[in-house]
Design a protein around this ligand. Structure first.
Ligand code: ATP
Ligand code: MG
Length: 361
């Protein structure tokens, strides 16, 4: 079986460092590994419209931002297909058929959607499109016969839902769809990077992000204002690591080698944490370290972005070509789905022959 990756992001804003550690960094590594037959990266504009129906301009403006972030992080259009979801109408048709295989109560149990409904104050008026987006996500994944989906932890319930749809479809209509596997970040801190406000998840919708394209000065200001341990007041006070966002970010971004290069008095992050716990290590020093680590990661991304920003028509062309290529793949899957569901009436010579025979007197 071919090894195929499908993943993506909603164009509801620029991408942030949570996206980077949760999924983007891994995608680039997987692309560079050369182990995959096909890599598809989707700008999920149709999904973004499910909770932004009244603000299409926001989605329109952010397509290019997300594409620029992709290219800046090292996704290479020669090796990865970058495309826009709404340009693949086959995805809508697949979703429509998959809806028959999912119950309302099953959708209501999805913990990520439950949480997002609360965050958006949708409790009394959930748009049907938003409620059913896990089904549309199953269509996105299966349309490309994806075997591997590298995403953050919040996507776990979506992958479970997709697998259920695949099993149900294959059981009812015959073996047609491929069951995908989720690929989560290896490191706990990257599963769900908290916001700079210490909230559970860095998210465009919560405005608690460090963006990949942010200036050096803005990143520094955000890091220096970050939440640490509120009881760590004097330098000599013992400090807490648990729930201390600065240390969570160090876990996500700083290797032992990087730490040792920047602060030679420590060999490992564990040593640094032990020092903070005992007391005698100030927040400013730790924040300065985090800032240096982040700037190191972001400098290359910023520099690449500046280059791509000089040729915006090229970036749109990448998306257009990618969308054409992606559409051709989705069309093949849809043809298989139609055949399996026995709605391929006009391509089935046997059907026409047997119905003719029935009425042949
Ligand atoms: P929105 O607020 O519009 O939902 P978002 O910031 O949650 O935006 P998405 O486009 O929904 O971003 O998510 C894109 C990908 O990035 C998904 O794979 C998701 O799991 C991952 N991701 C998003 N935020 C984080 C985070 N804070 N930590 C780790 N992974 C994340
Ligand atoms: Mg999200």
């Amino acid at each position: 079986m071919k090894k195929i990756i499908l993943t993506g992001d909603r164009p509801t804003g620029r991408l942030h460092v949570g996206h980077y550690v949760g999924s983007l960094r891994r995608r680039v590594e997987l692309q560079d590994s050369g182990e995959y037959d096909r890599i598809l990266i989707m700008v999920a504009d149709a999904q973004a419209l499910t909770d932004n129906a009244d603000n299409p301009q926001k989605i329109r403006d952010n397509i290019i931002e997300v594409a620029l972030d992709y290219l800046s992080c090292g996704l290479d259009p020669a090796r990865s297909t970058l495309f826009v979801q709404s340009q693949i109408p086959e995805l809508c048709e697949l979703s429509f058929y998959y809806m028959n295989l999912v119950t309302v109560s099953r959708l209501q149990r999805n913990p990520t959607v439950k949480n997002e409904i609360q965050m958006r104050n949708f409790e009394t008026s959930i748009p049907v499109g938003f409620f059913t987006y896990p089904i549309s996500q199953a269509a996105d994944i299966t349309a490309f016969r994806a075997t591997t989906v590298p995403v953050g932890e919040d996507q776990k319930p979506m992958l479970e839902q997709t697998k259920e749809i695949v099993r149900k479809f294959n059981a009812v209509y015959g073996e047609t769809l491929v069951e995908p596997e989720i690929l989560l970040p290896q490191n706990d801190a990257c599963l769900r990077l908290p916001g700079i406000d210490g909230k559970a998840k860095m998210s465009k919708s919560l405005g608690n992000c460090i963006y990949l394209s942010e200036s050096e000065a803005d990143v520094r200001t955000k890091v220096m204002n970050m939440y640490t341990d509120p009881d760590h007041i004097r330098l000599t006070d013992p400090g807490k690591i648990e729930g201390n966002t600065v240390f969570t970010y160090l876990d996500a971004f700083c290797t032992d080698e990087k730490l040792h290069a920047l602060l030679p008095e420590y060999e490992t992050l564990e040593e640094l944490k032990a020092h903070y716990r005992r007391g005698g290590l100030g927040d400013v020093k730790v924040k300065k370290l985090l800032n240096a680590v982040l700037q190191d990661t972001l400098a290359l991304i910023r520099a690449r972005r500046a280059e791509y920003q000089k040729d915006i028509p090229y970036v749109y062309e990448v998306l257009k070509k990618g969308s054409e290529a992606a559409r051709a793949i989705a069309a093949e899957t849809l043809a298989d789905v139609r055949r399996a569901m026995r709605i391929d009436y006009f391509d089935d010579a046997e059907l026409i022959a047997s119905q003719s025979k029935k009425y042949a007197g």
